[in-house]
Design a protein around this ligand. Structure first.
Ligand SMILES: Nc1nc2c(c(=O)[nH]1)N[C@H]1C(S)=C(S)[C@@H](COP(=O)(O)O)O[C@H]1N2
Ligand SMILES: [Mo]
Length: 364
């Protein structure tokens, strides 16, 4: 099934090594210029392991179960969710592999996985019920430690291995802090490809934590695992233990320009460069821009909200003086004081690319 044709707003991204797995679309950054803070739903990236399930909202339920509950299983249907006090939050969802192709383009390294540019990120205004409210209602025990939220999409099968339905452990501490069971995105019911009728939104964490088409959540007094926190979504390769790093949680700091790499900019005239920066560590504190491939850096002007869990927009007036290829670079610093570095540490699956990106444009 083709969800959307390649267009100005999104483009399909295929894993050449593994044709036929899921349907992945990334946002085109140039389509965000002048668009406001939130990503419109038809521009929002899509990452699905095994396609989009058709779910009847009238019969859909999400079931909480497991030894971490004081009583038996508890089910909520969509009416139950809508009847509870709603909570809204602006938050980004970003794939752990966002920027993966840059390991190859900028660092000459071979990595496995969907070769995203920088467009596997979106910011939406999410509305739903805090997961903590549902857990309390279901009678979560004080000694519960892990949850295992699971989607209703088809089992994920790759290279003849059936990994089962998409599910990833979530510590109770994170679930009680700021995780939402969302049924609306930007004021409208979720679209099928984004998890209709309800999904998790796990702010600041790798996108895979935000399970779409939520079907059930196991609640456990002991640690839980799935291939999505053992086989995938850890750092593997040289410099990491054979079983990989700890499971990935927050995404690193990043910046992107809202301009096409094919853009032609007129010499001698002022052009307003625009972009956005974000970090799983919290709010963006400052952004610097270089238009000469990293020789000189000057501060960009931050515009609009500067908050945790979302991106900060910025602008930088540029009057190019020389014709030919130019390299734009943006480097952000977050509220923890972390600044984007010039290189990203290698890992074989190409997760968490947080380095400064060299963005080509042409001056004519
Ligand atoms: N059930 C289910 N949830 C899922 C996935 C999936 O394939 N199935 N993909 C995950 C991954 S890897 C990412 S990056 C985000 C993408 O969310 P989006 O498609 O709404 O942008 O959903 C996550 N939740
Ligand atoms: Mo992802």
């Amino acid at each position: 099934m083709v969800l959307r044709e390649d267009s100005f707003r999104v483009q399909q991204v295929r894993d050449a090594g593994r044709p036929g797995t899921g349907e992945d679309f990334e946002m085109r950054w140039e389509s965000m210029r002048g668009v406001g803070h939130h990503t419109p739903a038809d521009q929002f990236f899509v990452r699905s392991h095994s396609g989009v399930p058709e779910i009847d909202p009238r019969t859909w339920t999400m079931r909480l179960h497991g030894d971490g509950l004081r009583g038996g299983p508890v089910e909520f249907d969509l009416e139950d969710l809508r009847a509870l006090p709603s909570h809204s939050a602006t938050a980004f969802i970003e794939c752990a592999g966002n920027g993966r192709s840059l390991y190859t383009v900028q660092q000459n390294q071979r990595v496995e996985g969907t070769p995203w540019g920088l467009g596997a990120i979106g910011v939406a205004h999410w509305t739903g019920v805090p997961l903590s409210v549902l857990l309390e209602r279901a009678g979560i025990r004080d000694d519960a430690v892990d949850l295992l939220p699971r989607g209703l999409d088809r089992p994920f099968v790759r290279d003849g291995v059936d990994y089962g339905r998409v599910r990833r452990p979530l510590p109770v501490s994170k679930a009680m802090k700021d995780v939402l069971v969302a049924y609306e995105m930007n004021g409208h019911p979720l679209r099928p490809e984004h998890g209709f009728p309800a999904r998790l939104v796990v702010p600041d964490w790798v996108g895979v934590a935000s399970i779409k088409w939520l079907g059930d959540v196991e609640v456990s007094t002991g640690p839980l695992h799935s291939p999505w926190d053992t086989d995938f979504y850890r750092l593997f390769g040289l410099g990491h233990p054979p079983e990989g790093s700890a499971p990935l949680t927050t995404v690193p700091i990043k910046s992107a320009f809202e301009i096409s790499p094919q853009a032609k900019i007129a010499k001698g005239r002022e052009y307003l460069l625009t972009g956005r920066s974000w970090s799983g560590n919290g709010a963006i504190r400052s952004v610097e821009v270089s238009t000469d491939g990293g020789g000189e850096w000057r501060p960009a002007r931050l515009v609009g909200p500067r908050q945790a869990h979302t991106w900060a927009q910025w602008e930088f007036p540029w009057s190019p003086e020389r014709r030919g290829p130019a390299q734009l670079m943006a480097r952000a610093t977050d509220e923890l004081g972390v600044t984007q570095s010039l290189g990203a540490p290698y890992n074989s699956k190409g997760y968490l690319f947080g380095a400064v990106v060299r963005h080509p444009v042409t001056v004519v």
